[in-house]
Design a protein. Structure first.
Length: 184
């Protein structure tokens, strides 16, 4: 793989959209924060407000959450948030929820830490390879030993980790192609 293609892939991981799981976790934490804040927009609606103008619990939570997301990242909707923004979102809602330990954890995450992202992507590819490679961790360790003279792939640089990501992908593709070429 060319260096330019590898750089695009690395940048895409950081700038990619949030996963469904990330959005779900952010919304669950936002709900805790909203409850702690006294459910603004819902519990404090004016008494004389006509029923048609009252916000449902869901609407009030969504309006509040979106405003808080905008404060944390500049994005109103989670669909426009990028992976690099996720720690800021989580730290913000943990702080609002009064969960200091979680807030410190998320604040300590280096936003856009390229090596951490590459390592996470490599672990993801290892998980996807289990159906065609018996011991994908050992497979990656063998490649790391061959290319970088170390079996400790977790201590490699960002670029080296991305190289391993593409190596395991190629290995998996070849094995899947061999399995599909076998006549039954």
């Amino acid at each position: 793989m060319s260096t330019m293609a590898q750089q695009r892939a690395m940048a895409g991981a950081v700038g990619g959209p949030l996963s469904r799981e990330q959005k779900k976790r952010a919304c669950m934490l936002a709900r805790k924060a909203w409850d702690k804040a006294g459910r603004p927009g819902y519990d404090n609606q004016a008494e004389g407000l006509p029923r048609e103008m009252r916000l449902t619990q869901r609407e009030a939570l969504d309006v509040w959450r979106q405003d808080e997301q905008r404060k944390a990242t500049g994005c109103l909707h989670l669909t426009c948030a990028e992976n690099r923004m996720y720690p800021r979102i989580m730290a913000h809602f943990a702080r609002l929820a009064g969960i200091a330990v979680d807030a410190r954890y998320w604040e300590g995450r280096t936003i856009g830490d390229a090596s951490r992202i590459a390592l996470a992507k490599l672990r993801s590819e290892i998980g996807k390879a289990r159906d065609v490679i018996d011991a994908p961790e050992a497979y990656v360790a063998t490649i790391a030993r061959s290319k970088y003279k170390t079996a400790d792939w977790q201590g490699l640089s960002e670029k080296q980790l991305w190289t391993l990501v593409f190596d395991i992908r190629r290995g998996v593709q070849k094995r899947r192609a061999q399995v599909s070429d076998v006549p039954f």
